[in-house]
Every structure is written in structure tokens, then in C-alpha cells.
Design a protein around this ligand. Structure first.
Ligand SMILES: [Zn+2]
Length: 110
């Protein structure tokens, strides 16, 4: 796995942890959230963009199945604003990726 994908996993994990702690009152991930993380890891590992991968929220493919997509969106909505406080470096890098992804969209064709 390349470094960018590894970092994306770290970001997703941090976001799910914040979400689970805040919404489910857990110190370690509950079964549901652990399942979501495993799913996210698997999708990322199979992502067809490879090193050119845009941030998942900017991605044009939407490889998540609807149920998981709903869950991860909820996590992002809840944890996104909180990431800046808890994990400023990861958050900054994530938003940098987003910007880069937006620029790339025009160049990449499906
Ligand atoms: Zn949870």
C-alpha cells in the first residue's frame, strides 16, 4: 500500500473513532463502526485510481454500496469539523488532497 492510501486509512480511522466516541459513547469502536472501518479499508485497497486517487468525497466512482455510503457520510459530517481540532495535520493533508482531487477531475476521464 502506498503512503497516501495508508494516510487515508489513518484519516478514515480517526474519523470513525471520533464518531463512535461521540455518537455511541465508546472508547474502542463498536461492532458497527469496526465493520464500517473494515469496509472502508477494503474499498480503499481495491480503489482503481491507485496513487492518483482523489479524496473519497470527491471521487466520481462512488464505490461504496448505498448502506455503507450512508454511514460513512454520516461519519464525515460528524467528524469532519472535529478533525481540525483533534488531528490538525491529518485534516490539513486531507483538505489538500481534496483540492488536488478537484483539479484532477478535469483531466481524468472515466
Ligand atoms: Zn460506533
Amino acid at each position: 500500500m502506498d503512503r497516501r492510501a495508508a494516510r487515508e486509512i489513518k484519516t478514515v480511522r480517526a474519523m470513525i473513532e471520533i464518531f463512535c466516541a461521540g455518537r455511541h459513547g465508546r472508547k474502542t469502536l463498536c461492532l458497527d463502526c469496526a465493520g464500517l472501518l473494515r469496509y472502508a479499508e477494503k474499498r480503499l485497497a481495491l480503489c482503481r485510481w491507485g496513487v492518483n486517487k482523489p479524496a473519497c468525497s470527491e471521487c466520481t466512482i462512488h464505490c461504496y454500496k448505498p448502506e455503507m455510503r450512508g454511514k460513512i457520510r454520516e461519519v464525515m459530517r460528524y467528524s469532519g469539523p472535529r478533525m481540525t481540532l483533534r488531528h490538525p495535520v491529518l485534516a490539513a493533508l486531507h483538505f489538500a488532497d481534496k483540492k488536488r482531487g478537484a483539479g484532477q477531475k478535469r483531466k481524468l476521464r472515466r
